[in-house]
Design a protein around this ligand. Structure first.
Ligand code: DX5
Ligand code: ZN
Length: 219
């Protein structure tokens, strides 16, 4: 089944704990936490103290997406805050191999993400080390943008690489995901759908999450 990871970037930040419970009760598999530093991307969101505070509200898997420079500096803090999956960008400054090894040494799952303008081959140095690949289908920094369809072949490329190399990789897609674009991504081989605006604008996101879980080419 396809996993669904609602992006808390579209939640009401004044009540993040309650929003997390809403997502969990709606049947989400993971909660996607977008961390932005104002350097790697032109926006600032939240960091380890906020994640640690909302961790007390739910046991759902925390899927942290670090859009930050030199992520290795902060892996310890994100592990301590209770992140279960920590994804870093291949375009970020600093030693990305070190960041991945710190994530795994801390007992979390490690992900590598690729921006729309970056060739997918730039993931190659990391694919043998990670548990998840996060394919960006918008330019990171803001929710509510339109899906960039030109990124879809990257999903198929990663899926083929994983099958050819016997790796059980989660392939997650982030940005502009809705029922239509989500199905395109799962048809291409995505195993996780991240979505902010298209889920949070619904009064009840449970039916959508249930529907999306049924997407996928293995069904
Ligand atoms: C973008 C973030 C996404 C974002 C997705 O920088 O990484 O996770 O919240 O939002 P939507 O689904 O609205 O494009
Ligand atoms: Zn994200």
């Amino acid at each position: 089944m396809t996993k669904v990871s609602p992006s808390m970037l579209s939640a009401d930040f004044s009540k993040l704990g309650e929003e997390l419970v809403r997502v969990e009760r709606a049947g989400a598999d993971w909660a996607h936490l977008d961390v932005m530093d104002g350097m790697f991307v032109p926006n600032i969101t939240f960091g380890p103290p906020v994640i640690k505070a909302i961790r007390r509200h739910s046991d759902i898997t925390f899927d942290a997406h670090l859009m930050i420079q030199d992520p290795a500096r902060y892996i310890g803090a994100f592990l301590d805050a209770g992140c279960d999956i920590i994804t870093v960008h291949c375009e970020a400054d600093g030693d990305i191999h070190e960041a991945i090894s710190l994530i795994k040494a801390g007992g979390a799952r490690a992900g590598i993400s690729v921006n729309p303008e970056t060739p997918v081959e730039e993931l190659l140095p990391y694919l043998g080390e990670v548990d998840l690949v996060l394919v960006m289908t918008v330019h990171p920094g803001f929710g509510g943008q339109s899906f960039i369809a030109e990124c879809v072949p990257k999903i198929a490329w990663v899926r083929e690489w994983a099958e050819a190399n016997g790796r059980d990789l989660e392939i997650s897609v982030d940005g502009g995901v809705n029922p239509e674009t989500g199905r395109i991504c799962t048809d291409a081989g995505a195993t996780v759908l991240v979505a902010g605006s298209s889920l949070f604008r619904l009064d009840d996101m449970a039916p959508a999450i249930a529907e999306w879980k049924g997407f996928g080419r293995d069904l």
